[in-house]
Design a protein around this ligand. Structure first.
Ligand code: GRF
Length: 200
């Protein structure tokens, strides 16, 4: 299966997916919306085609997402993986990749959609936090859930310590979800619900 990964920065989830060495998974491109995204160099280090499409050089969100979709389509991906990709997506873009686009979010959805999840979790006083891989649908961070992991929120945690604990789990569950997809075991059914088939 051909996979295109979209990033905006560090790229550690992208790296975890690449390093997982999933049989049958070909990371055909890594695309960032920021030219300075660190993850681009990491991808190139693995010999993966990596490029930036700078959203600031486009007139607006529609124009940028249309250009991005065209760029992604050149690689004929079976799966598009959003890995720390920090842009709101247009409905057209989401529809174009419906059922074949995953995202990871650093909270136990449906709690704490959007930004600053760890800070908000600590402020809310929750005792567990975590991360969620989900299919992407037009509403932000609200698509059908594929897999989640839970971590404790410890006394004395700050945003950084909690983020680091959650990130370790992100690096575990995102490759797992991609593996399921590549194995043809993960899909959305006609009603838009997640279907996970047993291993053959
Ligand atoms: C991750 O915590 C991801 O869940 C969030 O942004 C962060 C990206 O990290 N959306 P990286 O670029 O994968 O290292």
């Amino acid at each position: 299966k051909n996979i295109v990964i979209l990033i905006s920065g560090r790229g550690s989830n992208m790296e975890a997916i690449v390093r997982a060495g999933i049989p049958g998974a070909r990371i055909v491109a890594v695309i960032a919306n920021r030219p300075d995204a660190k993850g681009l160099d990491i991808a190139r280090g693995f010999g993966i085609e990596a490029m930036a499409l700078d959203h600031k050089t486009f007139a607006g969100r529609e124009a940028f997402d249309a250009a991005l979709a065209t760029e992604i389509d050149r690689f004929a991906p079976d799966l598009v993986v959003l890995a720390g990709y920090m842009r709101i997506l247009t409905d057209d873009f989401v529809r174009h990749f419906a059922g074949r686009m995953l995202n990871i979010h650093p909270s136990l959805l449906p709690c704490f959609t959007g930004l600053h999840t760890h800070r908000r979790a600590i402020e809310a006083g929750v005792k567990v936090a975590g991360t969620t891989v989900h299919f992407v649908t037009p509403e932000l961070d609200s698509g059908p859930i594929v897999i989640q992991a839970v971590v404790p929120v410890l006394a004395g945690d700050d945003e950084d310590s909690l983020a680091a604990r959650v990130l370790l789990q992100e690096h575990r569950i995102y490759p797992q979800a991609v593996r399921w997809f590549v194995e043809d075991r993960l899909r959305l059914d006609a009603a838009g619900r997640v279907e996970l088939l047993d291993a053959p």
